[in-house]
Design a protein around this ligand. Structure first.
Ligand SMILES: Nc1nc2c(ncn2[C@@H]2O[C@H](COP(=O)(O)OP(=O)(O)OP(=O)(O)O)[C@@H](O)[C@H]2O)c(=O)[nH]1
Ligand SMILES: [Mg+2]
Length: 461
């Protein structure tokens, strides 16, 4: 492997310099790829004809626009964004034009990029009905993963990762339960204190009341052992969560099965995509990723690194490109490549920002131009540490993007894991996966019984 690896076309686009190490997720070192395997694709044309108008969403046929060049100043779509999204408050990424324009750097002589097998059909996609070229038509790039992605690390059993991850919630509850019910008769005050403990763990008032009533039932003025309380707690939590613990079923007749990942900033969307890619690939599915968070160069790079680690090609355009357009082209690319699953990353957005939520609607609308039934799953990623705000996130994202299921991340970072129970009680939306750590293995299908026992501080049973 050459130590002075030259950046390819996309590297130059992002101003990556030779020998600059890629930014990597914090949890594990990334195996350096073989340059021959990962040399970015030569962009396949400027898509100057026959591409839908992602910028306006207009449906009418428009005349063919002028060819877009790499240095088009119109690459930055209008944004109604908080600074943390626009990156206005961020230090510019090395070599990246903060305006999102493609840097017109003087070009040293470069080795020719290797043409991608999957890139060809993109040019053919121009057969689609002409609407208008998007002004952002920066060239599309497909990053190919190395032939042999990183070997998965030795796995700790899921139960131990789950209990470890839920420790903060279970310890907080367990300590209260032990304190409350040791050598004490059950009375109204004790039950009220139990209810308070459950509310503090974000179970929601309704569920907290139900659980404390279940504990009190027929036991007034008698003693009750803490373990008995834990067993009742586990049974009630399981009962509440059982209806929502539904696996994400991949319909293999859909090629690709399109999964759109949405959520607020920092919820864990991109990380979850990486974790899911590993999971799906180990189940034998082929996976392609779309870098639909086009706001930040670092977001595109983060997904590229996940693709490299987990063996999935990543479809990307330069920072500032239109997210809907990218999603459209990625779906075409995945379809042409016969990929089983396409996961589309999106930029984090606050649920109360109308402009950003409208952009999400546009992504969905544009995807449907390729496949009417897509996206087949819209997964809302929720950060467990935000507590009750998760309820408003579900409500507003559901209105805009038609959430089909939830993924709850960072249960390891909170003592308030009861929020899942509150969500189940309020919305009844399927919970597909939960995340209990930053590692690639720290995500599992959601199982109500395991979760309930872990949160109540019981063993697997
Ligand atoms: N402890 C813990 N950290 C997590 C988990 N899931 C994600 N993270 C971390 O949360 C941080 C944000 O994750 P991202 O995947 O970048 O979040 P995002 O939703 O894509 O963020 P934006 O793209 O900025 O909107 C990263 O540091 C992740 O490692 C989890 O289950 N547990
Ligand atoms: Mg992200």
């Amino acid at each position: 492997m050459s130590e002075t690896k030259q950046p390819g076309w996309f590297g130059r686009l992002f101003g990556r310099k030779a020998e600059t190490p890629a930014e990597t997720p914090s949890e594990a070192p990334v195996q350096s790829p073989d340059p021959a395997e990962t040399m970015p694709t030569e962009p396949t044309g400027t898509l100057s004809e026959g591409v839908p108008d992602f910028a306006t969403g207009a449906d009418e046929v428009l005349p063919a626009p002028p060819t877009v060049t790499e240095s088009s100043p119109e690459t930055e779509p209008e944004r109604d964004l908080p600074d943390e999204l626009t990156g206005a408050d961020l230090e510019p990424v090395e070599g990246v034009d903060p305006e999102g324009a493609v840097p017109a750097a003087p070009e040293p002589p470069e080795p020719e990029p290797v043409a991608s097998e999957q890139a060809e059909p993109l040019a053919e996609a121009e057969a689609e009905p002409v609407e208008e070229v998007s002004a952002e038509a920066a060239p599309l790039v497909i990053f190919q993963p190395p032939a042999e992605p990183e070997a998965p690390a030795e796995r700790r059993g899921w139960w131990s990762r789950l209990t470890g991850g839920l420790k903060r919630t279970s310890s907080a509850l367990s300590d209260r339960v032990t304190g409350l019910f040791t050598k004490r008769k059950l009375d109204a005050d004790t039950l009220e204190e139990l209810e308070d403990a459950l509310i503090q763990a974000d179970f929601g008032v309704e569920t907290a009341t139900r659980i404390s009533e279940a504990v009190g039932k027929g036991r007034y003025e008698k003693g009750i052992a803490p373990d008995e309380v834990r067993a009742i707690l586990a049974a009630e939590v399981e009962r509440a969560l059982d209806p929502v613990a539904q696996p994400l079923v991949i319909d293999t007749t859909k090629k690709p099965f399109v999964i759109l990942m949405i959520g607020v900033n920092g919820a864990g969307k991109t990380t979850t995509i990486g974790k899911l890619t590993q999971k799906f690939r180990s189940q034998g599915h082929s996976v392609m990723l779309a870098a639909g968070d086009t706001f930040r160069a670092a977001a595109i790079e983060q997904l590229r690194v996940w693709g490299e680690r987990t063996g999935a090609p990543v479809v990307a355009r330069a920072q500032g490109s239109d997210a809907a357009g990218l999603a459209y082209d990625a779906l075409q690319a995945a379809r042409d490549a016969g990929t089983d699953i396409l996961m589309i990353d999106t930029a984090g957005r606050l649920q109360n920002k109308a402009g950003l939520m409208a952009e999400l609607e546009k992504v969905v609308r544009v995807i449907r131009k390729v496949d009417e039934a897509a996206p087949h799953a819209v997964l809302l990623v929720l950060d467990a540490t935000v507590g009750q705000n998760a309820l408003s996130q579900v409500e507003l994202f559901q209105k805009t993007a038609g959430v089909t299921g939830l993924v709850m991340t960072k249960l390891d970072g909170t003592a308030r894991g009861g929020i899942l129970v509150a969500l189940a009680a309020k919305f009844g939306l399927p919970v597909h996966f939960i995340g209990v750590g930053e590692g690639v293995d720290d995500l599992e299908p959601f199982a109500a019984r395991d979760f309930a026992r872990a949160i109540a501080g019981l063993d697997k049973g």
